[in-house]
Ligand binder design. Structure first.
Ligand SMILES: [Zn+2]
Length: 344
């Protein structure tokens, strides 16, 4: 038996927490991910083993590995494509739209969104004429950009959940229920700004996605990409299994500024800025999972840290991470701004 197969046998026998074990959650099919998405190396070591603590869609143990050559972290193995409807149940998407969150949180989010867009636009050295949001959800960033005077016919949105796109199409936005890799409607070299918030960690081939987006950008155009940051304090504190940013088994690639920066540069983009982003839900889910599943579970206490049930705590974690960002510390998520060279 080789060293790696002993390690493999060991993590696969990790028992689920009692609550998950007693549930009807199935064991689902997996597929191997032999190569690092950033550098192509096949050498790796174990990073973390975790369960679907958040939605309990399946009972498998899941393992993240880090690449021995470049440090990039990926889920290996990951759910087989045939299981996507299991790990993304019908209720999943609604969790990620603001309609389900408390109205105070919605207003706070709108203010944070505006300041985030202002920061992104400062990297574009001209007024934007065209825009695409990859993973546009119910379209809040599309509407913000329309509010800045960009014609809706130049504002694009991609979202896999076709139902949410209908009203956006009626409002005149150009929306497509397609993956980036399959979308042929956006001409190369045509976009001033592309944003992709918390999508890259879900996709099977992040390099192919970034390459396609880099192609869409006009010379001087900006790509803003946001994803969990493995270097954040919460990621390090809860590294063993409970970090909310693992979002097991739906996050397939996890980055730090160095690995994401390399992936952008390898596709011809210049990284012009890295901003710390707040990640209240990662803090809350980390604490929630720890209280609910570690040792003697505390489900009642854990509920206080469910981001959809506790607006006050959500707000305080946002404030905490925002303060950390102001102090220059590494927070739960990062936003990288990359530019296509040229354009004066
Ligand atoms: Zn690598």
């Amino acid at each position: 038996m080789t060293a790696s197969s002993i390690e493999a046998a060991d993590w696969r026998s990790t028992r689920p927490p009692a609550e998950l074990e007693a549930s009807s959650a199935p064991e689902i099919a997996v597929e191997e991910v032999p190569l690092c998405a950033v550098c192509g190396s096949d050498r790796f070591a174990s990073h973390a083993v975790a369960f679907d603590y958040e939605l309990q869609t399946c009972r498998n143990p899941w393992r993240f590995v880090h690449c021995n050559a470049c440090g990039h972290v990926r889920l290996h193995p990951r759910p087989a494509v045939s299981t996507l409807s299991v790990i993304y149940p019908p209720t999943y998407y609604s969790y990620h739209y603001e309609t389900d969150i408390h109205p105070i949180a919605v207003r706070a989010k709108a203010i944070l969104d505006r300041s985030k867009l202002r920061g992104i636009l400062s990297a574009l050295e001209r007024p934007p004429q065209s825009y695409c949001d990859v993973g546009c959800g119910s379209g809040r960033f599309l509407r913000q950009m329309a509010g800045l005077g960009i014609p809706r016919s130049n504002i694009h949105g991609l979202e896999l959940d076709a139902a949410v796109l209908e009203p956006l199409a009626k409002e005149g936005f150009r929306v497509f229920a397609e993956r980036v890799e399959d979308c042929r409607e956006i001409p190369d070299g045509s976009l001033d700004l592309v944003t992709m918030f918390h999508v890259i960690e879900h996709v099977a081939d992040p390099g192919a996605v970034i390459e396609r987006i880099a192609g869409w950008l006009a010379p001087g155009g900006v790509f803003a990409i946001e994803t969990p940051n493995l270097d954040g304090l919460d990621a390090r504190l809860f590294a063993r299994t409970y970090w909310g940013g693992y979002h097991v088994p739906r996050h397939w690639n996890l980055f730090r500024p160095e690995t994401l920066g390399r992936m952008l540069r390898d596709r011809g983009l210049e990284v012009v800025a890295m901003r710390q982003q707040t990640g209240h839900s990662f803090w809350m889910y980390s604490l929630h999972h720890w209280l609910r599943f570690e040792g003697h579970p505390h489900p009642g206490l854990a509920r206080w840290f469910d981001p959809f049930q506790s607006v006050a705590i959500l707000a305080s974690f946002t404030a905490f991470d925002r303060l950390r960002a102001l102090l220059g510390m590494r927070t739960s998520a990062m936003l990288l701004l990359a530019r296509r060279p040229g354009g004066g």
